[in-house]
Design a protein around this ligand. Structure first.
Ligand code: ADP
Length: 299
């Protein structure tokens, strides 16, 4: 369990994280989403005690990271997979970290197996591909068999096979009852991995929501109907958001197809089309539109 309480972090006059409060629960994958520069890495660094907050705080399993007696056994993190001595072999890299953290060497071979690097364990990490480097970084995170895991943009630059592997690993770590927080700037990525979403923008919390609820809120339905104005009024009265779509269609959010069908029946209007739109990416863009740091503008 990670608890973030009123966390604020400034760099000079830049506020990277601004009064952030949320909890990350065990047994599920929590996606940490936000545009680039939103404050995701800063938050993760604060969880790990690498950045001292200006105010507020973070606890992991009820204690701050710096107060943890054996931190690697409590929290594992993949922040920057390139932080490996290039001339060291994968196995030596892990052995060094294990030694300084009082972790038995047998665990090194276990994690090498877990991440599928057994066959290259005695090769220099400097020659590793991005995907292999990422696996090595994950091996480090898993070394202490921690209950809490943080992954900062773990699939960046990976091929589809690597992405699938990481996704499955996160799901299995959560299924084992661990707390898994994974950051991404891509909704499409999180939609396939996360059970829960924390969305931030400009250092502030935008949404703390289950993925199913997000999908429900985010998906819209395209409706074609003979009596547009009448149905639009009835749908709005029923709590939906109704926008004009192309060619006289209505784009309805907040109600699903069945609910829209019922409103149409009650209104006595004839529906000629009712098509759910799967626009998760769009829903995410709408949510974070105001918090993009550097917007491309048509000057
Ligand atoms: P994200 O991980 O969501 O992309 P970051 O946490 O890296 O966002 O950054 C949040 C904001 O803080 C950005 O505007 C970034 O430029 C700024 N920032 C991050 N680290 C530093 C630093 N060490 N010095 C100055 N500014 C920083």
């Amino acid at each position: 369990m990670i608890e973030i309480n009123g966390l604020t972090k400034r760099y000079g006059d830049k506020t990277a994280v601004d009064g952030l409060t949320f909890s990350v629960h065990p047994g599920r994958v929590t996606g940490f989403l936000g545009p680039n520069g939103a404050g995701k890495s800063t938050t993760m660094r604060a969880i790990l005690g690498l950045d001292r907050p200006d105010s507020g705080g973070v606890t992991v399993n009820g204690r701050s990271y710096v107060g943890l007696p054996r931190p690697m056994r409590e929290v594992g993190a993949l922040l920057d997979a390139r932080a490996v001595h290039p001339r060291r072999t994968a196995r030596n890299h892990l052995i060094c970290i294990a030694q300084t953290n009082g972790i038995p060497p047998a665990r090194v071979d276990e994690v090498l197996r877990l991440v599928g690097l057994e066959s290259v364990a005695r090769k220099r990490a400097g020659g590793f591909s991005l995907g292999m480097g990422q696996r090595l970084g994950i091996a480090v995170a898993l070394l202490g068999d921690p209950k809490v895991l943080l992954f900062d943009e773990p699939v960046n630059g990976l091929d589809p096979e690597g992405i699938k592997w990481i996704r499955e690993l996160m799901r299995s770590l959560a299924a084992e009852g661990r707390t898994v927080l994974v950051s991404s700037h891509l909704m499409s990525e999180m939609a396939q991995t996360a059970d829960h979403l924390i969305v931030i923008g400009r250092g502030k919390l935008i949404a703390d929501i289950g993925i199913t609820e997000f999908v429900r809120q985010g998906s819209s339905v395209l409706v074609r109907v003979d009596e547009q104005d009448k149905l639009a009024r009835r749908l709005t009265a029923a709590g939906a958001d109704v926008q004009p779509g192309a060619d006289g269609a209505l784009i309805v959010t907040g109600l699903d197809s069945r609910e829209i069908g019922k409103v149409a029946l009650a209104a006595g209007v004839v529906l000629t089309e009712l098509t759910p739109q799967r626009s998760l990416e769009e829903a995410y863009m709408n949510l974070t539109r105001d918090s993009i740091e550097f917007q491309a503008s048509a000057a």
